[in-house]
Design a protein around this ligand. Structure first.
Ligand code: ZN
Length: 439
């Protein structure tokens, strides 16, 4: 139970695709954290006992949903010495040791709270080192502290030598072992499943490896069947059309990053008989690639192979996004936080990139980060809009985000499940922010 709230005389951003706003609105939040009433300010009586937040001149939108996050790091570039094969093994050994697990859990907690303080009230983590995200989600659910709603995958599932191996993946090389790894993750309490359908930019050793198919359709089909039995959605890292097609045929629910989409792929997004909800969605993550391509490698600290792969992947991802928009494929918003130059406080930049580089309107970008993400994560009955009956996950801003997305970076107030987040101060990295301004 929390103190009921009244946000009075505010302009509600409904977060529909057209950018509909409701000026002069009062929103009541009851003591269970549910949006109780949304109505014209002059008609709504604020009941006694409600904490009144005078919001005249301000804007209220649904809390943001980040459909693709990692929580094990903070976005600062890794020192090059850590990128060697030997260092990768040492890091993996550390991650699995008791001090390593404590370190990861502390980092994860800080990461989710940083996202919360900057307006993200729901996070799907897709690729953790272990089960530290499950532990943090458990603490939040137990009420130990106020945090965002978390869906967490635990380690992602990959093939031998595949994307994310060894640091953040469980390995299998046939369908039955792939099923076993799903069962292991489910037993640990995960609420999402993530697979590496293709190679990725961060750990590719040759140019062109990033989108190369890694997991077979047969293996992914086994994973999807097992996860869907438990009602859990499957996300696939896929950075080529071959990888996307195999993943969709196997029943994958969300394609992460994406690439050029063919007619066959578009049809499968719209109607996917093996997906949990009968259709699939695309979650591009522009922040993961744009800085690597547009900034000097001296600044980002990446090598020539990573840079070349990032260029290929970015071009493919943008092509996929454009085709998806034209063909009304369901799209979501994810940041790929924790990767190089993707901090936990810069979620607004993904929306900005979707507008500048993806050609979306600001209203469309806000829609993806709220209602559309809630829908594709199966949470539309829970969150993602300022509507009666939904969880009070809210973000109050000083200016209109549909005119100035940057206002999302410094919210006036954040409400998570009906509770005001009282401290909105986060640690920021000046050098990263200065470089990102150059893009
Ligand atoms: Zn990722």
């Amino acid at each position: 139970m929390s103190t009921p709230l009244a946000l009075t005389d505010v302009t509600v951003i409904t977060a529909d695709r057209d950018g509909t706003v409701l000026p002069g609105t009062t929103v009541l939040v009851d003591s269970t954290g549910t949006i109780e009433h949304v109505g014209p300010a002059e008609q709504v009586q604020v009941p006694t006992g409600y904490r009144r937040i005078d919001s005249a001149g301000r804007f209220l939108l649904p809390g943001l949903i980040n459909a693709h996050a990692h929580l094990f790091s903070d976005g600062k570039p890794l020192p090059p010495v850590l990128l060697s094969e030997r260092a990768e093994k040492a890091v993996t050994v550390f991650f699995r040791s008791p001090p390593g697990k404590r370190y990861l859990k502390a980092r994860t907690k800080k990461a989710v709270l940083t996202q919360l303080k900057t307006g993200v009230t729901t996070i799907r983590s897709l690729g953790d080192a272990g089960y530290e995200g499950v532990a943090v989600a458990g603490e939040i659910d137990a009420g130990d502290y106020l945090g965002p709603r978390l869906l967490v995958s635990g380690p992602l599932l990959a093939v031998s030598g595949g994307h994310g191996v060894p640091q953040i993946a469980l390995v299998s090389d046939n369908p039955w072992d792939a099923r076993r790894n799903v069962r292991i993750n489910l037993r640990h309490g995960v609420s999402a499943i993530k697979i590496s359908a293709t190679g990725g930019v961060t750990d590719a050793r040759t140019v062109g490896e990033a989108g190369r198919p890694q997991m077979t359709e047969e293996e992914m089909r086994a994973i999807c069947a097992e996860a869907h039995n438990a009602g859990v959605l499957v996300a696939a890292h896929a950075q080529s059309k071959e990888g996307i097609l195999a993943a969709l045929r196997a029943g994958v629910d969300t394609i992460e990053h994406g690439a050029t989409l063919t007619g066959e792929i578009i049809d499968l997004f719209h109607t996917n008989p093996l997906a949990l909800h009968g259709r699939s969605a695309l979650v591009p993550t522009l922040q993961a690639c744009l800085p690597l391509v547009h900034l000097d490698p001296e600044v980002t600290g990446i090598n020539a192979v990573n840079r070349a792969n990032a260029e290929i992947v970015l071009e493919e991802m943008l092509a996929g996004l454009r085709t998806a928009v034209e063909n009304d494929v369901t799209i979501g918003m994810g940041t790929d936080s924790a990767l190089t130059f993707v901090t936990h406080y810069n979620t607004w930049r993904e929306l900005d990139h979707l507008v500048r580089h993806g050609g979306l309107s600001p209203a469309h970008a806000v829609h993806l980060a709220t209602q559309a993400n809630a829908e594709l994560l199966g949470l539309r009955q829970v969150t993602g809009a300022v509507e009666e009956g939904l969880s009070a996950d809210l973000l109050l801003t000083d200016s209109n985000p549909l005119e100035d997305l940057r206002t999302l970076s410094s919210p006036r107030a954040v409400v998570a499940r009906g509770q005001l987040v009282d401290d909105l101060v986060v640690e920021t990295f000046d050098e990263i922010d200065a470089a990102l301004e150059q893009i």
